[in-house]
Design a protein around this ligand. Structure first.
Ligand code: AHR
Length: 304
């Protein structure tokens, strides 16, 4: 792409990088923080010309967006794949057009890892394991019945967090009695939890694949006349502000973080890729975990 005034004024002499980013959607507080991080980082001042599109959680919209970035001839394409499979044809088209692709947040399930340059994101299996290990530590021996609110069907975080949690509670007396998707949204998390509460009268623990579904479950539990965090324990993943507030208030019992601030790493990798430099194929973002005390301490300075 041609240099812009902003890049020249910056004195770097670098050309502006045209980057097309296809976002999953706006399904959660995590996603809002992730979008903000990307838009705040890939700015003209930082040498980028960002085209951003929201796929509304639909793979066909993402494929369409990627095809339009290829047609525009951007310098680099980045995207967060809504589901794991079905990307090879469009990634092949980008490769044939000579446009490098960077994956952020979620992985693709492809045999051919030359179809993308780098994948920046958390280890979702580890997140599920951390949640399951804490549940096992706290509640093993109590015969807990667990319901699981899964993320979007076919998405990397739903598949991996489910696997990690199940592995961590193996050999304990915690039992997953039901597991359904709430599509990572508060509304669907609430609906699915309402269904669980009608079907079972002995739920002890909810494992929600993100804070938003956990917050929806809180509403359903309260509407059913029970106390979330006490009558029914809740473990979630993300650690966005609303989730952390519920943890501080005792309505959620434990949260494993998923860091959404991927903008700076993406900017760095995009610059290197466009300059033809070698980049790491996998950049693992580190996550923490919070109990009530840690949430109270972290909340005042929490960025998102
Ligand atoms: O891919 C990351 C997941 O997607 C987050 O945990 C969830 O909140 C978001 O929708």
């Amino acid at each position: 792409a041609e240099p812009t005034g902003a890049a020249e004024e910056g004195g770097s002499g670098d050309e502006t990088i045209a980057i097309g980013f296809s976002q999953v959607g706006a399904e959660s507080g995590w996603r809002a923080a992730n979008t903000k991080s990307i838009q705040d980082t890939l700015t003209a001042e930082n040498g980028f010309d960002l085209s951003f599109s929201d796929a509304q959680q639909k793979q066909e919209n993402q494929i369409q967006a990627i095809r339009s970035y290829i047609a525009q001839g951007v310098d680099v394409i980045a995207f967060s794949p809504v589901v794991e499979t079905g990307w090879d044809p469009v990634l092949q088209e980008a490769k044939s057009a000579g446009i490098p692709v960077v994956l952020t947040d979620r992985a693709v399930d492809s045999e051919d890892d030359t179809l993308y340059e780098s994948f920046i994101g958390s280890d979702f299996v580890l997140e599920g394991e951390m949640a399951g290990e804490w549940a096992a530590e706290q509640y093993d021996g109590e015969g807990f019945q667990v319901v699981e609110l899964q993320g979007t069907t076919g998405s990397a975080p739903a598949i991996d967090r489910k696997e990690g949690f199940a592995t961590a509670i193996e050999g304990t007396d915690l039992e997953i009695i039901d597991s359904q998707t709430g599509n990572f949204t508060r509304t669907e998390g609430k609906q699915v939890m309402e269904g669980f509460l009608q079907k079972y009268d002995d739920i002890d623990l909810v494992f929600a694949h993100n804070d938003d579904m956990g917050l929806g479950a809180i509403e359903a539990i309260e509407a059913a006349g029970m106390v979330p965090g006490e009558d029914i324990k809740i473990i979630t993943i993300d650690a966005v502000k609303d989730g952390m507030q519920a943890l501080a208030d005792g309505k959620i019992n434990y949260i494993v973080e998923c860091n959404p601030l991927l903008g700076p790493d993406l900017a760095d990798i995009a610059k290197k890729v466009v300059a033809g430099e070698e980049v790491e194929k996998r950049i693992v973002v580190k996550d923490e975990a919070f109990d009530q005390e840690a949430a109270i301490e972290a909340l005042p300075t929490r960025e998102y």
